[in-house]
Design a binder for this molecule. Structure first.
Ligand code: GDG
Length: 464
C-alpha cells in the first residue's frame, strides 16, 4: 500500500519508555507500521512557527509537527473548535459561541497545516485526517494540487440540518467535508445526519452512502471505533497487583463500587449522574453504607469558560451529596480530578460492580467498551449506558438509560446492584462478544479498505 499519512490536531509522539499512549494512538496502533507518517500540532506555542514541520522518528514512524502562535491557538482551538463546533455537534446550542474571527483563525490554521503538509507529502500518499479541528483540510490540500486518497473520521457526533443551520458557516463546513473521498462517522445516525445536511443545505444528490456534489462523489459511512479489547482485558487481570487498585479494593470493605470515568466535559452528563446517586440513596435507603461511587474525572479544556463552571458545579454537588448522606465511616461519592494510569484504570473497572456511562451525547464512548473488556466473566459488573452514546447502538444488552433523567439512572443503579449473577453473566457475555468484535483493529481495517475502494470509484474518469 502507498504510504499512510495520519493527520490530527495533537500528535502523540511516543515519550520515554513506559509512558502510556493516548486514546487516538491506541486506536490507530495497528496502522503505525514503519514508513507511516503522523502530522499535526506539536502542542507548543511559538511566536513565529516555521512552515516546515519538525521531524521525530520513532520505531520507523515519522512524527511531523508544527507549532501554533498563541493567537492561532485561541481562535482555532479554544474559540471555533471547542467554543462553537464541540457544543453544536453535542446538541448544546445554548453553549455555542460563534465569532467570525475564530472561524477565520480556524481556516488559517488549517491552511498552515495544508502548506506545511505540502512540504512533506508525496504524490501517492494516502491521507487520513481526524476530527472536527481538521474539516477544511481536505479541500485545502486539493487546492494545492494533492490528488491522493483523502479520508476523514469524525470522532464526535454530527447534527441534523435543523441544528446545523444555527452555525452561520455550516454550509462551508459541509461542503468542506464533501471534499474528502471518504468520511467516517461513529454511527449510521451521524452519517445520515451529514448526508441529510449535504442534500438539504447544499442540494447534493444522495444515493445510499454516496453523496454527489459539483460533479464528484464521496462516501459517508459508519465505522464505529473500538478498543484493543484483548490487551485491555490483560491489563485489567494484571492490575490485581496494582498498589492503587489494591488500596481502593481494601477501602471498599466489602461495599459495591460504582465507577465513572470521563474527561471533565459538559457532554458527559456528570451533574445528572451525581444527582442520580442522591436519588438512589433517597429512594433505596438499603444501599446506604453498601455502595461507593468513584468518579474519575481528569480536568480538561480549562481555557474554555464552560469547563471551569462545570468544575465548580461538580465541587458543589459532591459537597451536597456527601454532606447529606455521609456517615462517620462512609462517604458515598468520591470524586477525583486527577488522571489514573491506564492499568490502574483497567483494574478499577474490574472491581466495579457498576460502570456508569451516562453522557448527554457522545460520538462513541470508549469507557463503556473498556469497562466491559475489563470485567471478570465469572462475576461481571453491570454497565449502565446512555441511549445518546454511540456505543448504545451496539451495546444493547447494557442497562440503557436516558441520561437527562436522574431517577431513571438511579433505578438502573438499583437494578444493577440487585441483579442476580446469572443475569449479569448473560448480559456480559453478549456485550463482551461485541467489544471483542468491533475492535480498534477492525475499525482501522474497515476505514483503510473503504478508502482504497472509494478513491477508485470517485475520481472522474478524465483525471484517473
Ligand atoms: C472522543 C469522543 C469517542 C479518561 N480518564 C482517564 C483516562 N481516560 C480515557 C478513557 C478513554 C478515553 O480517555 C476517553 O474516551 P471517550 O471515548 O470516553 O471520550 P472522549 O475523550 O470525549 O473522546 C468519543 C472518542 O473520541 C474516540 O473516537 O469515543 O465519543 O468524544 O479511553 O479510558 N485514561 C487514563 N486515566 C484517566 O484518568 N489513563
Amino acid at each position: 500500500m502507498a504510504r499512510l499519512v495520519i493527520v490530527s490536531n495533537r500528535v502523540p509522539i511516543p515519550k520515554a519508555r513506559g509512558a502510556s499512549a493516548g486514546g487516538l494512538a491506541v486506536a490507530l496502533r495497528d496502522l503505525l507500521t514503519p514508513g507511516t507518517m503522523w502530522f499535526g500540532w506539536s502542542g507548543r506555542l511559538s511566536s513565529e512557527p516555521a512552515v516546515e514541520p519538525a521531524i521525530v522518528e520513532a520505531r520507523g514512524v515519522t512524527y511531523a509537527t508544527i507549532d501554533l502562535t498563541s493567537e492561532a491557538y485561541r481562535g482555532f482551538y479554544v474559540g471555533f473548535s471547542n467554543g462553537a463546533l464541540w457544543p453544536l455537534l453535542h446538541f448544546r446550542l445554548g453553549l455555542m459561541h460563534f465569532r467570525r474571527e475564530d472561524y477565520d483563525c480556524y481556516l488559517s490554521v488549517n491552511r498552515s497545516f495544508a502548506e506545511s503538509l505540502a512540504t512533506v507529502l508525496q504524490p501517492d500518499d494516502t491521507l487520513w485526517a481526524h476530527d472536527y479541528h481538521m474539516i477544511p483540510l481536505g479541500r485545502m490540500l486539493r487546492e494545492q494540487g494533492f490528488h491522493g486518497p483523502l479520508g476523514f473520521f469524525l470522532h464526535i457526533p454530527f447534527a441534523p440540518p435543523s441544528m446545523m443551520e444555527a452555525l452561520p458557516v455550516a454550509r462551508e463546513l459541509i461542503a468542506d467535508l464533501c471534499a474528502f473521498d471518504l468520511v467516517g462517522f461513529q454511527t449510521e445516525e451521524h452519517a445520515r445526519d451529514f448526508r441529510d445536511c449535504a442534500q438539504r443545505m447544499l442540494g447534493a444528490t444522495v444515493q445510499g452512502e454516496w453523496v454527489r456534489l459539483n460533479g464528484r462523489s464521496m462516501r459517508a459511512f459508519a465505522d464505529p471505533i473500538g478498543i484493543d479489547a484483548e490487551s485491555f482485558r490483560q491489563d485489567a487481570v494484571r492490575a490485581v497487583n496494582d498498589k492503587l487498585v489494591q488500596r481502593v479494593a481494601g477501602s471498599l470493605a466489602g461495599r459495591a463500587l460504582a465507577i465513572g470515568v470521563d474527561r471533565m466535559d459538559y457532554s458527559k452528563g456528570l451533574p445528572q449522574r451525581f444527582e442520580a446517586l442522591a436519588r438512589l440513596l433517597e429512594k433505596h435507603p438499603e444501599h446506604r453504607r453498601r455502595v461507593h461511587f468513584l468518579q474519575i474525572c481528569p480536568r480538561s479544556r480549562e481555557e474554555v469558560d464552560e469547563y471551569r463552571k462545570l468544575r465548580a458545579e461538580l465541587d458543589r454537588l459532591t459537597g451536597r451529596v456527601n454532606g447529606r448522606f455521609s456517615e462517620f465511616d462512609w462517604t458515598p461519592l468520591r470524586y477525583s480530578t486527577r488522571a489514573a494510569p491506564r492499568t490502574t484504570l483497567a483494574g478499577l473497572y474490574r472491581i466495579g460492580r457498576i460502570g456508569v456511562v451516562t453522557p448527554l451525547r457522545d460520538g462513541m464512548n470508549l469507557v463503556a467498551k473498556e469497562f466491559i473488556a475489563a470485567q471478570d466473566e465469572g462475576d461481571p459488573g453491570v454497565l449502565i449506558l446512555s441511549k445518546f452514546a454511540g456505543a448504545a447502538h451496539e451495546l444493547t444488552e447494557a442497562l440503557i438509560v436516558n441520561p437527562f433523567d436522574p431517577d431513571a439512572i438511579a433505578d438502573a443503579m438499583h437494578l444493577a446492584l440487585t441483579m442476580p449473577a446469572p443475569d449479569r453473566k448473560d448480559r456480559h457475555s453478549a456485550l463482551v462478544e461485541k467489544v471483542f468484535r468491533t475492535t480498534a483493529h477492525a475499525y482501522c481495517q474497515r476505514f483503510i479498505e473503504a478508502l482504497s475502494q472509494v478513491k477508485a470509484s470517485s475520481v472522474p474518469r478524465a483525471a484517473a
